[in-house]
Write a protein that binds this ligand. Structure first.
Ligand SMILES: [Ca+2]
Ligand SMILES: [Ca+2]
Ligand SMILES: [Ca+2]
Ligand SMILES: [Zn+2]
Length: 381
């Protein structure tokens, strides 16, 4: 069942970046192929072995591509002691756990750790992946990213800013460095991240190299996010150790919901370009009216990509795995509409950048635990 490792894009993509001293080099981040795996009739890959090097502070595992019409998740993650770091039973049993893995289309991203209650120990790990194929064998290529260094109390994150058909705003790679509103949005995002000790480093500007007319408005539905995934697969000539942000005109949802930004994952696949979980989309609709709105979306989506979840989901169905962020319980839904809005969650997380519906007025804080997760991500340096 285990096919010898394929050294494909992963090694090449990062190999090109080694020795790049402009701030975006891979430094102590290593990427490797874990090989190809075919699911059994139960949809399981079996144990995918993972050798975590000494001194590793964060690990990302990714497996794909299995298409946009099915979902995959982590079934079981075993640490070097032989104990369960994570099992899918935590999800089914709604057990409080310091680890979260979502159900994802096309490519499964797993980031460890996503809470200071877990540390990554060096040694032999294994990850079992489950893909909902209905018994149809599916082959995935898996890879791993290791950050082999200790994060500091502050961190820098570089950005690849990609402009997708924003002529109506007069915004492109050439104009953005001098665009006052765009620069103000970046500063606003950085101001929010500063609570977590994170600053924005080098920003590189790119015009979208693909079909602008298709991607300037991203069309998504509850069952089809393929356009978004294809957007995130688009590679630009920037460093791998950076957040790749696609600035689009609009994200149009078939449900009619207003979506201002979407991050791959969350969390995303860090430092590996070309997967459907390699970027994030930020809408620019509010840029001229209030650049802070765009800055807030960037800060929120970037934090999702780097491993933060909503402090409370909109209907209290889930909370983040962090103990120092407030929870807004279902009982706070005083108007009974099934949504926990900002007023109902005042003092219970609406003040946090990672509230499910953050606002410029209310949502300005990040906690120590959130900073711990952000500074640990492989894209941070
Ligand atoms: Ca479209
Ligand atoms: Ca919490
Ligand atoms: Ca409500
Ligand atoms: Zn969000």
């Amino acid at each position: 069942m285990i096919i010898p490792p394929l050294i494909l894009v992963l090694a090449t993509a990062c190999g090109d970046k080694v020795g790049d001293d402009t701030g975006g080099g891979m430094g102590n981040v290593r990427t490797e192929s874990l090989g190809s795996y075919t699911t059994d009739t139960g949809g399981l890959t079996g144990a995918i072995p993972l050798e975590v090097p000494d001194g590793t502070s964060s690990v990302a595992v990714h497996c794909g591509e299995y298409g946009y019409d099915t979902l995959g998740t982590a079934w079981r993650i075993v640490d070097p002691s032989g104990g369960d770091f994570y099992t899918n039973e935590y999800v089914e049993g709604h057990t409080d756990t310091p680890m979260r893995v979502g159900n994802h289309d096309d490519t499964l991203p797993i980031l460890m750790p996503v809470s200071p209650d877990h540390d990554i120990r060096a040694g032999s790990w294994s990850v079992d992946v489950w893909i909902a194929t209905g018994g149809r064998p599916t082959t995935v290529d898996c890879g791993a990213v290791y950050r082999v260094e200790s994060p500091g109390s502050t961190a820098t994150v570089d950005l690849n800013a990609v402009f997708v058909g924003l002529d109506s705003l007069g915004l492109d790679a050439a104009s953005a460095p001098d665009d006052e509103d765009f620069q103000a949005a970046l500063r606003y995002a950085e101001g929010l991240w500063s609570a977590a000790g994170v600053t924005i480093g080098e920003v590189r500007y790119f015009d979208f190299p693909g079909d602008v007319s298709r991607y300037q408005v991203i069309d998504v539905s509850d069952t089809d996010t393929s356009e978004l995934g294809e957007l995130f697969k688009t590679e630009v000539d920037g460093p791998a150790r950076a957040l790749t942000v696609f600035f689009v005109e609009e994200i149009a949802s078939s449900s009619g919901a207003t979506i201002l930004g979407i991050a791959a994952g969350p969390p995303g696949v860090p430092t590996v370009a070309g997967t459907s979980k390699s970027g994030m989309a930020v809408t620019t609709v509010d840029l001229r009216a209030d650049s802070r709105e765009v800055g807030l979306i960037l800060a929120h989506e970037g934090a999702h990509f780097m491993g933060l979840f909503h402090t409370t989901e909109k209907n209290a169905s889930a909370f983040d795995p962090l103990t120092d962020t407030p929870e807004c319980p279902a009982s706070s839904d005083t108007d009974g509409n099934g949504l926990l809005d900002r007023e109902e969650c005042a003092g219970k997380g609406a003040e946090n950048v990672m509230f499910w519906a953050p606002s410029v007025e209310a949502s300005t804080t990040l906690t120590d635990d959130q900073g711990w997760v952000l500074r640990r991500n492989p894209v941070a340096r």
